[in-house]
Unconditional design. Structure first.
Length: 239
C-alpha cells in the first residue's frame, strides 16, 4: 500500500463570482468606449468620427464596439444618453418642490426661476462633469436626426414645458413664439458661458469661473427673467 498522498487541486472560483467579475470588466469596457466616443465626437464631430479611432483611444478592440453597441450610431446614442443622465438630483428636487406650489403666487414664480437658473449653472459647470458632455448635446441639438430626438425626449422638451407652464401663470396669453424667446433669453447666457468659456476667461483675466462670478451671473439672469415675467423686484426679494 502506497504512503503517497495526492495533492488536492485548488478550488475553482464560484461561478457567481466569475460572472460578477466578467460583468464588471464588461461595464468598464463599455464606459471606456463611451468616454472615448464622447471625447472624439466633441473634437471632430459626428460625421468624421470612426469606430476605429474610438477603439484606439479607448484601448479596446474594435469588436467591443459592435458587441456593446452594434454600430457607430448605437455608440453615439449611448454616449449622448450618458451625458444627459448626469446626476441632477439636487436641481430636479428643488424644481419639483417649487413647481408643486402655487404658480399664481409671484413669490413662487420667482423661486421657480431661480431654481431653474441656479440648477442649470450647477449642472453645466460641475467640475466633475466631463467637458465633452455639453459639446455632444449641442451637436445633437443642431441636427434634425435620431440623436436630436434623444435629447428632445430626455431633457429639452420637459424643461421647456415647465418654463412654459410658469409663463401661463405669470403672463397669461403669451404666444408660443414669445415663450420660446423668453426661454432662450433665460438659458442662452448660461450655454454661452459654457461653450465660450476660454475666450471669456481671457476677457476677464482668469483661468476659470469662480463662485462669485456664478453668483453674479445667476443674479443677472434671474433679474432679467423676472423683468420679462413682470415680477416686481420687491416680490423677488421675498421669494
Amino acid at each position: 500500500m502506497s504512503d503517497t498522498h495526492s495533492t488536492p487541486k485548488p478550488a475553482r472560483p464560484a461561478p457567481r463570482k466569475r460572472a460578477a467579475t466578467t460583468y464588471a470588466s464588461s461595464e468598464k469596457t463599455r464606459a471606456r468606449l463611451i468616454d472615448a466616443a464622447g471625447q472624439l465626437a466633441a473634437e471632430v464631430g459626428f460625421a468624421r468620427l470612426t469606430t476605429r479611432a474610438v477603439a484606439k483611444r479607448a484601448g479596446e478592440g474594435i469588436g467591443s464596439i459592435h458587441y456593446h453597441f452594434r454600430s457607430k450610431a448605437g455608440l453615439l446614442e449611448a454616449a449622448l444618453r450618458h451625458a444627459l443622465d448626469w446626476p441632477r438630483g439636487k436641481y430636479q428636487g428643488r424644481l419639483a418642490e417649487a413647481h408643486g406650489a402655487d404658480l399664481d403666487d409671484p413669490r413662487v414664480q420667482a423661486r421657480v426661476v431661480r431654481a431653474m437658473v441656479r440648477g442649470h449653472i450647477e449642472d453645466l459647470f460641475d467640475p466633475r462633469r466631463p467637458a465633452w458632455h455639453q459639446r455632444l448635446v449641442n451637436q445633437a441639438m443642431q441636427r434634425g436626426s435620431a440623436l436630436f430626438d434623444v435629447v428632445w425626449e430626455a431633457f429639452a422638451s420637459h424643461e421647456a414645458e415647465r418654463f412654459f407652464r410658469l409663463l401661463d401663470h405669470a403672463r397669461p396669453g403669451m404666444s408660443l413664439r414669445r415663450k420660446s424667446m423668453a426661454y432662450a433669453a433665460m438659458l442662452g447666457p448660461i450655454l454661452f458661458h459654457c461653450d465660450y468659456a476660454l475666450p471669456i476667461h481671457r476677457v476677464i483675466g482668469q483661468d476659470g469661473y469662480d463662485q462669485d462670478y456664478f453668483r453674479e451671473l445667476e443674479e443677472m439672469i434671474v433679474n432679467q427673467t423676472l423683468h420679462t415675467l413682470g415680477i416686481a423686484a420687491r416680490e423677488a426679494e421675498q421669494a
